[in-house]
Design a protein around this ligand. Sequence first.
Ligand code: NDP
Ligand code: X2W
Length: 342
Amino acid sequence: MKAAIVGSTGYGGVELIRLIQNHPYLEPEVLISSSQPGEPLARAYPHLIHLSCSFEQLDMERLCTADLIFFATPPGVSGAWAPALVEQGKVVIDLSGDFRLDSPDTYQEWYKRPAAPAKWLEQAVYGLSEWFHDQIQTASLIANPGCYPTAALLALAPLLKEGIIPPSSIIIDAKSGVTGAGRGVKQAMLYCEVNENLRPYKLDGHQHIPEIERFASLIAQENITVSFVPHLVPMNRGILVTIYADNMNNYTRADVREIYRQTYEAAPFVRIHENGWPETKFVQGSNYCDIGYHVDERTGRIMVLAAIDNLMKGAAGQAVQNANIRMGWPEETGLGFSPLFP
Ligand SMILES: NC(=O)C1=CN([C@@H]2O[C@H](COP(=O)(O)OP(=O)(O)OC[C@H]3O[C@@H](n4cnc5c(N)ncnc54)[C@H](OP(=O)(O)O)[C@@H]3O)[C@@H](O)[C@H]2O)C=CC1
Ligand SMILES: CC(=O)N[C@@H](CCC(=O)OP(=O)(O)O)C(=O)O
């Protein structure tokens, strides 16, 4: 099948090229760049000099030569282009946040821009592969989750579904590498600003808060609110979330172990750490989400940790996993990379 990637000069886009180029059933046929049309891929990414493709202008007719279209673009781009592509019978997988929220007002409030039409927000299927597998199988428009929500929801969802933690006690402390902010030039992301520094940011309005709350509530079947504190850490890739919640009814470590075991026993990309806790190095370059937990009898809290590679399970890897689910291919197709360590 032919794939098109819009935003292929960005970090999410180049990770898609790497994955699709190694995928047995997908070809990276159309690589779109609005800033560098006509330029060879190797000019933007010399490590891909062995691939002799060039970037192309964003053009509807050209996009329609592909079967599957990935958007790895800033907010607003897929919202404008995806509906027409779906109407042409194409499958669209969107890595941006344009279709992750169901209310135009909520999108406007958190993204500070107008939303895509409500009809398309309602039609989009959330691409958290392990939890929305059945809906993804028939979806035309897949809203790939944000990087922080992927880690947070995979860690939280089993406990929420079982009603083990109360709806308002949840604190999510999250840390991301710098590729999470994209390849665009920003002063705050310069080496001297980021190196040897640990920076909390957007405590007062991160766009992933409504996304986490929407799907946590859906899974728990009650209204969930979370406190969310993201941090930027001086590393290229990786996200670690540490979640704190009250332990209702004193569930034991054995109870929690059984819940995670049962929930994820058939999930090829979720690994549970029974001894020790996940680290970002354990998942780097791979599509795994590693989860660990601690049932703290002293304080009556449960701590759950999840590590992902933000560009893989947090973006391009999960997008390819969703393409596999949608096309009926084995979920691991083209994603069988072991993590890079050290
Ligand atoms: N980085 C990460 O870890 C994650 C990112 N995401 C989301 O995925 C999307 C892509 O992220 P990322 O790759 O990091 O971002 P980058 O900034 O690295 O890349 C974005 C790409 O979009 C293209 N672009 C910019 N403006 C337009 C436009 N108006 N029309 C068409 N193309 C445009 C740019 O290429 P050009 O100017 O050449 O067209 C650029 O290459 C974002 O929405 C991001 O929030 C989601 C999960 C994780
Ligand atoms: C380190 C860093 O800056 N990370 C980005 C994550 C962006 C992302 O995943 O984005 P969308 O949900 O907007 O698509 C952030 O916190 O905004």
